[in-house]
Design a protein around this ligand. Structure first.
Ligand code: ATP
Length: 747
């Protein structure tokens, strides 16, 4: 007979039956364990959400009994807690356990001697003060002990209060870090507050609010909904602002039934409180508005601050040409002259038009003129930065690293502390979104020159903004290189890239072996051919890191997710000597190629960095001490980084990546499915960007029809940005000789 009444048992887990290593995560939190109760009624099996329960730890579980057809009676855990140790012995053994940092048995005994049976209550209420004066416990040590005790019990009470609302254990932990013990009150008062720190999304907050009984027309709800829709539209579509009517329509749909006037009133209030910026029919998230306005002003100042033409420059260019046995194209020479005339210059060009060549000439000539000058090189991604460094033979870093981005803080370099360079070259400028461009230009001092280099026909940045296009159309000095040089003309990759860009179909010369098109219409067969092609290139001697499989999409048979699974099975199958870790629904295996998909300044791995799995290792805690959690060890540029299971949500397999993610990087071999099943994505700049990632060979697999469709689709998706108009406006009101002529409000 089953007993459905809620029961409790205090005891500990002897061992985990499933998973064997007891490594549960927030996503995979279901566990089965052998349980030994304290009341000595004999061990039994418990199961349920056991994430956070450690072996041998004293726990109280609550739940019901059920009878499994095969395994018999089992205890189904509904929730659990760590009971406060009661006797002095229990307190000493808890204090000296691994759950309390900085406290061994001796110290534990001294603490209990002084504070008695109320030890834990006193430490939780009084904090470190009640630990002062105890032998061997210094101030730092006292903080460690008090913090870990608080962390152990306070958070568990909070969990018990919040988990019933469907908030995950991980989110509760993050909330606790943000607000401490107050987080239960905050959630009950206004669950939408959790969206402000991106702890949860609006939809989840809305679910919690409904469970708590927040009314459908609560101003908290309308406010959060407007913020959510605004950010979703901006970040989803690359916009810096959205039209008021569209914002209202989308929000009304989301809130389904809330009167339009109520939403409008909330929008007006948000504007009055400057939570959002509403200008005519444009509504900006506040931060994007500030970035746009300040960036425009800074760029206009720089555009107006050019120097005079430099005497003898043509002579120096001639000397450079003689020395390097090269005749620069007229546009290349023009770019060099602009460098000396302007504080800011943009150089664009398709592949093989001599951008890198002119950058090298600029560095050489500038150095000759200013021998002691400091020159900095940077690019938006690690891969692009490394390439720029290799081609110029100089140090080069990511923009994030150059600016000194730090977790949760402003970058080290900014308007108060400009970058210490006289001249900065920054490559792959098409990838720079508004935020990155803002931070970079904020850190440019009045005497630093900047050269932006890029290809304006590539995909725009992933984040909001259309910076390169806006700068060019606002009239920032710009030289477009157009001549394709002989060596480049010999490459079918480069020639076809130019043809695609002009809207012409590709041509193939079978006598050359750098461009292939394999005709196949069935997506399943395309996926199979992609795998076979990778294996063939590996057979030919290419390493996995030399091969990039690029797909327009993540989902579907020829999307990156499925291709990655197929490629992992083919090129890195399981083997006894290969370590493996399953987490966040994926299998990671030693030897796998992986990609980081979010900037992590702490670990110093950036969005787009590609690495390789080297094994498993113990995860370290915030103080750098080893914990007993097994994580994944990966190598990025020779540096080993260990990911905890939770952190693995930011690490994907990288045998196949999206074309968007591949921007700023190149590889000797690119394999790209081109199929009508991706028709929504088939656009000229997408195919162009994918193809130009190939350094030596490109193999397209799919149908000519799909390729034609893409080449013919030159409709650029419009992005709402006001940067161009703001630059033009700032240029009109800024007078170089008199500083700011009219008042410019930058708040
Ligand atoms: N003025 C020139 N005369 C002769 N060859 C040139 C000249 N400028 C560049 N080249 C050659 O053309 C080729 C492409 O030049 P470069 O690498 O500078 O172009 P790029 O625009 O940087 O190309 P990509 O965007 O593909 O990196 C190189 O082999 C380079 O040596």
């Amino acid at each position: 007979m089953e007993n459905h009444a809620l029961e409790s048992s205090t005891g500990h887990i002897v061992y985990y039956r499933y998973p064997r290593d007891g490594n549960l995560t927030e996503e995979n939190d279901f566990g089965i364990a052998q349980w030994l109760p304290e009341d000595s009624n004999g061990a039994f099996t418990i199961k349920g959400s056991l994430f956070g329960m450690h072996k041998n730890e004293r726990i109280r579980v609550h739940g019901t009994w059920e009878t499994h057809s095969k395994h018999g009676k089992q205890f189904l855990v509904s929730h659990w807690e760590r009971p406060l140790p009661e006797t002095k012995d229990q307190i000493v053994s808890f204090l000296s356990s691994k759950f309390v940092k900085g406290c061994g048995k001796k110290k534990a005994e001294l603490i209990v001697q002084k504070l008695g049976e109320q030890t834990l209550e006193r430490i939780m209420n009084e904090g470190v003060t009640c630990l002062t004066g105890i032998k061997g416990i210094g101030p730092k040590n006292a903080v460690k002990i008090a913090d870990s005790i608080k962390g152990n019990f306070e958070i568990q009470q909070i969990m018990m209060a919040l988990l019933p609302y469907g908030i995950s254990a991980d989110t509760v932990t993050k909330m606790y870090k943000q607000w401490g013990a107050e987080c239960v009150d905050i959630v009950r008062r206004n669950p939408y507050k959790l969206t402000e720190f991106r702890l949860i999304g609006f939809l989840k907050a809305d679910e919690i609010a409904m469970a708590i009984g927040v009314s459908a027309d609560s101003p908290y709800r309308l406010n959060a909904a407007l913020q959510y829709v605004l950010n979703d539209m901006c970040y989803g579509g690359g916009h810096c602002f959205v039209r008021k009517d569209e914002l209202m329509n989308r929000t009304r749909e989301l809130l389904n039934g809330v009167p339009e006037q109520d939403i409008l009133t909330e929008l007006q209030l948000m504007s009055a409180h400057e939570q959002i910026i509403w200008e005519e029919d444009k509504v900006y998230p506040k931060h994007l508005f500030v970035y746009e306005k300040k960036l425009a002003y800074k760029l206009a100042c720089m555009a107006n601050r050019g120097g005079g033409a430099m005497p003898f420059l043509d002579q120096m260019i001639r000397e450079y040409q003689l020395q390097h046995g090269i005749v620069l194209a007229e546009k290349q020479r023009e770019a060099i002259r602009e460098l000396f005339k302007q504080q800011l210059v943009i150089i664009t060009g398709n592949p093989g038009t001599g951008k890198t060549t002119v950058v090298k000439a600029m560095i050489d000539i500038y150095r000759r003129h200013y021998p002691d000058s400091a020159i900095g090189l940077c690019a938006p991604t690690g891969r692009a930065a490394r390439k720029l460094g290799e081609l110029t033979g100089m140090d080069s870093s990511t923009i994030h690293m150059m600016l000194g981005f730090r977790p949760g803080a402003e970058p080290e370099y900014g308007d108060e502390m400009p970058l210490p360079f006289d001249l900065i070259f920054t490559d792959e400028v098409s990838m720079k979104d508004l935020q990155l461009a803002y931070h970079l230009f904020q850190a440019i001092g009045p005497n630093t020159k900047v050269v932006l280099i890029g290809d304006s026909d590539q995909l725009p940045s992933v984040g909001p903004g259309n910076v390169l296009h806006d700068l060019i159309s606002a009239g920032i000095p710009h030289v477009r290189l157009t001549e394709i040089f002989r060596q480049a003309r010999e490459s079918q990759i480069i020639m076809n890239a130019h043809r695609i860009n002009r809207g012409e179909q590709i041509v193939m010369d079978r006598s050359k072996d750098d461009f292939f098109f394999i005709e196949q219409s069935d997506p399943k067969r395309i996926a199979h051919l992609v795998v076979l092609s990778v294996l063939r290139f590996v057979d030919k001697g290419y390493k996995l890191e030399d091969i990039l499989v690029l797909s327009p999409m993540k989902k579907g048979i020829i999307g990156t997710e499925e291709l990655n699974n197929a490629l992992q099975a083919a090129v890195n199958p399981p083997a006894e000597d290969k370590a493996e870790l399953t987490a966040v629904g994926r299998v990671y295996r030693q030897g796998d190629k992986v990609i980081q998909i979010r900037n992590d300044y702490k670990k110093k791995v950036l969005n787009g960095d590609i690495g390789v799995v080297v094994g498993t290792a113990f995860v370290e805690d915030e103080e750098g001490e080893e914990t007993d959690e097994i994580g994944l060890a990966c190598q990025f540029q020779g540096k080993t980084i260990v990911y905890s299971r939770l952190e693995l949500k930011d690490l994907l397999l990288a045998y196949a990546i999206t074309i968007h993610k591949a921007q700023g990087g190149q590889a000797p071999v690119v394999i790209m499915p081109v199929s009508s099943s991706h028709y929504v994505m088939l656009a000229r700049n997408l195919i162009y960007t994918g193809l130009t990632r190939a350094e030596r060979v490109c193999a397209m697999i799919g149908t000519r029809k799909a390729l034609h469709m893409a080449i013919n689709n030159n409709k650029l998706v419009q992005r709402n940005t006001g940067l161009k108009e703001r630059i033009e406006h700032s240029l009109r009101i800024y007078q170089p000789d008199q500083g700011v002529k009219k008042h410019v409000n930058l708040s």
